[in-house]
Design a binder for this molecule. Structure first.
Ligand code: ADP
Length: 425
C-alpha cells in the first residue's frame, strides 16, 4: 500500500476540492471529469516517458519520480543490472568455450539445416581449409570430395567416413556427423593418418610374410608328395608324412585366406552388375560335387535380382558360408540356400544348416579373425578361423549386413542382407 500512498494522496488532494466545487456549483460530473482527465493525461505522459526511456535501452538514471513510478523505474534498472551481469558471464563462458575448442586437436564445425557453416574451430580451419569468412556458406560447396558430399546428404550418420584433407592429400581425415537440436549438425574431423599408416604397415607385413611363406611351403609339399609315393614305406613313416601333408595343406589354406583378407582391405572396390542366381547355381553345384552324399544342397531362387559389386569377392563370401554349413552339419542333413527379396526391399541370401549350431556367447565373436568356436568342441574339424572374417569384410564392402541365428544342437542360419542401393535396377 505504501507504494501507492503518493497516488492516493494526489487523488484525495484533487477529489476533495473538486467535490466541494461540484457541490457549490451543482456540477459534480463536470469537476469529476476534470479531475479524471488530468489524472489520465498525467499517467499517459509518464507512460510515454517510460516508453522513450526503454526504447533508448533504459540508459540514464530516471529515478526522479515518486511513488509507484519510482518503483517501476527501480525494477527496470534492477533487471538491467542483472541482465548485464548475465551477459558478462555468458561472454566469459563463450570465450572459454572458444579457447578450449580452439585447443582441440579435432576439427569441429557447426552446420545449419542446409549444411551452411555456422561456426568452426581452429583445427577445422587448418585441416578442412575453411576460413572465418566462410560463415553462412554451404560446406559442400567448399569441401568438394564426392564421398563427403554423399555422406552429408545421406542423413544416415551411424557410420564414419575417411577422406583426404582438402588442404593436404597425404592427411587422412575421419569424418563423423552428430545431429542435434533443431536441424543442427556437428561435424567432427579427426586426423587418422597415423592409424592408417600403421594399418597399411600391418597389411603390408601380412602380405609380405604370406608371400615369403608360399615358396618354402610349395617345396615342402612337393617333397612330402614324393616321400608319400615311395614304395615299401613303413606305416609309421607313412602316417607321419600324411599328418605333415595335412598340416601343410592347412598352412596353405591359412596363407591363402590371409592374402585374400589383405586384398579385401586394400583392393579398389568394383561395381559390376553381378548375376547372383547364376553365381549361386555354380557355387552350390561345385560344393555339392565335393560332398560324398551329393544333393545335400537345396537351392531356392525366389528372385533374379542382381547386385552391384565384385563377383569374385561375392563368390568367396558365399562359398565360405556354404562350406561352413556343410562342414558343421552331419552328412545326411540338407543345407538350404535361399535367394529372396524381403518386405523392406532388401535382397537376402540365406544359408541354413541343421548341424551342431553355435552358442549365443560365441555368435558375436565368430566373425573375428582366428576365432574358432570349434576348438572348444570334442570333434576336430579343420579350418583357419578366417572364413567368416572374409564373409564380413566382403559384406561391408558391399554395404550389406550379416545376421546370424543359431541354436545349439538344432542348426544355424546365416543371412546376408543387401540394401536396395546395391541392387541393379
Ligand atoms: P573356420 O575355418 O574355423 O570354419 P570360420 O571363420 O569360417 O572359420 O568360422 C568361425 C567359427 O564359427 C568356426 O570355427 C565354427 O566354430 C563356427 N561356425 C561357422 N559356421 C558355422 C555353422 N554353420 N555351424 C556351426 N558353427 C559354425
Amino acid at each position: 500500500m505504501g507504494r501507492w500512498s503518493k497516488e492516493i494522496s494526489l487523488l484525495l488532494f484533487l477529489l476533495v476540492p473538486a467535490l466541494s466545487l461540484g457541490a457549490f456549483f451543482g456540477h459534480f460530473s463536470f469537476f469529476l471529469l476534470l479531475v479524471t482527465s488530468y489524472l489520465l493525461i498525467r499517467q499517459t505522459l509518464y507512460v510515454d516517458e517510460l516508453e522513450k526511456w526503454l526504447s533508448r535501452g533504459a540508459y540514464g538514471d530516471k529515478n526522479q519520480h515518486k511513488g509507484i513510478w519510482r518503483d517501476i523505474y527501480y525494477h527496470v534498472l534492477k533487471i538491467r543490472k542483472i541482465d548485464k551481469k548475465r551477459k558478462k558471464k555468458l561472454t566469459r563462458m563463450i570465450d572459454r568455450f572458444r579457447t578450449s575448442t580452439d585447443a582441440l586437436p579435432d576439427a569441429a564445425v557447426v552446420l545449419g539445416s542446409f549444411g551452411e557453416i555456422d561456426w568452426t574451430n581452429k583445427a577445422a580451419r587448418e585441416v578442412l581449409g575453411l576460413k572465418k569468412s566462410d560463415k553462412g556458406y554451404r560446406i559442400d560447396n567448399l569441401v568438394r570430395n564426392p564421398l563427403f558430399i554423399l555422406f552429408l546428404k545421406s542423413n544416415d550418420y551411424a557410420q564414419k567416413i575417411s577422406i583426404p584433407s582438402p588442404v593436404n592429400e597425404n592427411m587422412i581425415l575421419q569424418i563423423s556427423i552428430v545431429p542435434y537440436g533443431a536441424n543442427l549438425r556437428l561435424l567432427l574431423a579427426q586426423d587418422i593418418t597415423h592409424l592408417k599408416n600403421i594399418e597399411r604397415m600391418r597389411t603390408d607385413f601380412v602380405v609380405n610374410v604370406s608371400h615369403e611363406l608360399r615358396t618354402p611351403l610349395t617345396v615342402i609339399k612337393g617333397y612330402l608328395e614324393t616321400l608319400q609315393g615311395m614304395e615299401n614305406l613303413p606305416p609309421v613313416y607313412f602316417r607321419s608324412f600324411q599328418n605333415m601333408s595335412t598340416q601343410a595343406l592347412r598352412m596353405q589354406a591359412l596363407i591363402d585366406d590371409l592374402l585374400l583378407l589383405a586384398r579385401l582391405e586394400t583392393k579398389a572396390k568394383k561395381s559390376d552388375c553381378v548375376n547372383i542366381t547364376e553365381l549361386l547355381k555354380q557355387i552350390c553345384r561345385e560344393s555339392d560335387l565335393l560332398e560324398t552324399n551329393e544333393r545335400r544342397v537345396e537351392l531356392t531362387l525366389e528372385t533374379d535380382v542382381r547386385l552391384r559389386g565384385d563377383e569374385e569377392e561375392l563368390r568367396s563370401g558365399f562359398t565360405n558360408l556354404l562350406v561352413n554349413a556343410l562342414k558343421y552339419s552331419p552328412a545326411d542333413k540338407p543345407v538350404k540356400v535361399r535367394w529372396y527379396k524381403s518386405e523392406g526391399s532388401n535382397a537376402n541370401l540365406e544359408v541354413e544348416d541343421f548341424g551342431e549350431g553355435i552358442s549365443s556367447t560365441d555368435i558375436p565373436r565368430i566373425t573375428e579373425r582366428f576365432y574358432r568356436a570349434e576348438v572348444k568342441r570334442n570333434r576336430k574339424i579343420n579350418g583357419t578361423g578366417l572364413g567368416l572374417a572374409i564373409v564380413k569384410h566382403v559384406l561391408v564392402r558391399h554395404e550389406a549386413k550379416l545376421e546370424i541365428e543359431s541354436q545349439l544342437g538344432r542348426g544355424s542360419r546365416f543371412r546376408c542382407v543387401f540394401p536396395l542401393s546395391r541392387q541393379c535396377l
